[in-house]
Design a protein around this ligand. Structure first.
Ligand SMILES: [Zn+2]
Length: 289
């Protein structure tokens, strides 16, 4: 019998195969099992967390994925601007302690410091080059290398594109749930069922939909304050008659270094506030009171 689904314990799956020649095989993931009960997608074969930790620690993933050109970095910065903006309406008072899990370039820290003066920015980022940059750039930032070493009450925890890379999403959310302050919130962002439009499951081990995200939050005994899909790649839309224009304008705004233009053009490319069939999911969740 197949291994049970980590969210609902069900053993029945729909099976998605990929054509062999397209598979990028760094983790030898070959197919996706979609849970018939809770709708969670699981890359097959199912890998242990130890194997995944070793893989991400080895650096081979980040070398292949982390795009360090200036356009990609500004794109990440704009995304972080919209993430921080988004959480504001869910906060009843100014957050003091903010934790960013998998901080990357730490742009979330820049924007939380600007939006919530006096707040402290804590982060987990395994890449030493990136984490040194964050420490230099974001004032009042503090790095942690292990989630086990954290004990502060966090008012906001960003779990941003982390959940789709782990073995067990229930274990991961529970780890951070206990670090929240009494009114604290989790911001969770993942791709939205990306197995449907990719050539290979790699590098994701889990695939979420609104339905499976809802089931996950219920399983960890938290309340969903908000759950939406968002984002659209307007520049690859076949009905768009000027697909190349926006990336060109964005590139120009990066070259001349004008932030409001970078934000405007990048937002027109990716529509961060458009919930129609979004390519990403975001959830705001809080513990039961
Ligand atoms: Zn399930």
């Amino acid at each position: 019998m197949s291994k049970p689904c980590p969210i609902c314990g069900c053993h029945e799956y729909d099976h998605y195969e990929y054509s062999r020649e397209n598979l990028r095989n760094s983790l030898n993931l070959t197919s996706v099992n979609l849970c018939k009960s809770c709708n969670l997608g699981l890359a097959m074969p199912r890998l242990k967390q130890d194997t995944l930790d070793q893989f991400y620690k080895s650096g081979s993933y980040w070398d292949s994925q982390t795009s360090n050109n200036k356009f990609s970095i500004v794109h990440q910065k704009v995304q972080s601007f919209y993430r921080v903006n988004y959480i504001k309406s869910f906060l009843s008072e100014k957050p003091n302690n903010i934790l960013d899990v998998g901080a990357g370039n730490g742009f979330i820290g820049e924007f939380t410091q600007a939006s919530f003066p006096g707040s402290k920015y804590f982060f987990l980022e395994p890449d030493p080059n990136l984490s040194n940059k964050i420490l230099n750039r974001v004032t009042d930032s503090k790095q942690f290398s292990l989630v086990e070493s954290l004990d502060e009450g966090f008012d906001v925890i960003f779990i941003n594109h982390v959940l789709e890379h782990v073995e067990n999403p229930v274990t991961l959310i529970n780890q951070y749930k206990k670090l929240l302050s009494p009114r604290g919130i989790l911001y969770i962002e993942t791709p939205n069922q990306d197995f449907k439009f990719k050539n290979s499951p790699f590098p994701h081990t889990l695939f979420f939909s609104k339905k499976s995200m809802k089931n996950l939050i219920k399983k960890v005994e938290m309340n969903v304050l908000d759950l939406t899909s968002f984002g659209r790649m307007t520049f690859v839309d076949p009905t768009n008659t000027t697909p190349k224009l926006l990336p060109r304008l964005f590139a120009m705004s990066v070259r001349v270094n004008i932030w409001f233009a970078q934000r405007a053009f990048n937002n027109l490319m990716f529509r961060y506030n458009d919930p129609t069939n979004g390519i990403w999911l975001r959830a705001i969740v809080r513990s039961y009171n």
